[in-house]
Design a protein around this ligand. Sequence first.
Ligand SMILES: [Zn+2]
Ligand SMILES: [Zn+2]
Length: 265
Amino acid sequence: MTDDSYEVYAIRYGHHARPARDNYIGGDPHDILEPLDFFVWAIVGPAGTVIVDTGFDTAMAERRKRTIVKPVHEGLAALGIAPQSVSTVVISHMHYDHCGNHELFPDARYHLQDREMAFVTGRCMCHAPLRAAFEADDVIAMVRKLFAGRAAFHDGDGEIAPGVSVHLVGGHSKGLQCVRVKTRRGYVVLASDATHLYAHIDSGRVFPITYNIGEVHEGYATLKKLATSPQHVVPGHDPLVLARYPAAKHGLEGWIARLDIEPKG
Ligand SMILES: [Zn+2]
Ligand SMILES: [Zn+2]
């Protein structure tokens, strides 16, 4: 591994069974379940560990009727990552499933886009449909981090560490950002909700929670441009990620996958 090449892990912490028709604007003709998994991601390199998103906790799972399969802190422990040692967290966007567990990383600085903070503290939140996937407590927790000197803002593209960068996508949430990581197999792009499932980017369909549909489609092109190949784009909620990528190590099958190794197909 060279100095700016990283290991990347997808850590599954939650699950939600739902019909396929709920995953697309315009629905889906198939009367089948198309569940969503919930992930956080760990980027591990010589310069330290970068965590992408922080998931939700048990109380939020109950409130939102989602299932926690393994709490986020257990996934980190399985990789030998001590949360108190993490100094950098990237928040892809402020939806409840991406920015909870507020106290898990006590010494971390949180990186987000200017547009996302403005979005969740501004006039768009006057409208119930636009604020539905956000939680006031998550926003307040981020404001507290800001005033504790623990927030960092990006406007478009930004470098987190050599070989790790964030890129504004918007679309699904006004300030959604993806993360590009240099790995031994090329540039992997953690799309987060810039594409929930492989099916979204592959077929050009759009998840129903969307601030700007035009930006979603532009985002699909951005993801492909940033990644070494379309196979290097990692969707934010697709159970296929754990099926396609090898387990991080023996015993972690169905829980933690290694994304810097070529997928099986
Ligand atoms: Zn989202
Ligand atoms: Zn999400």
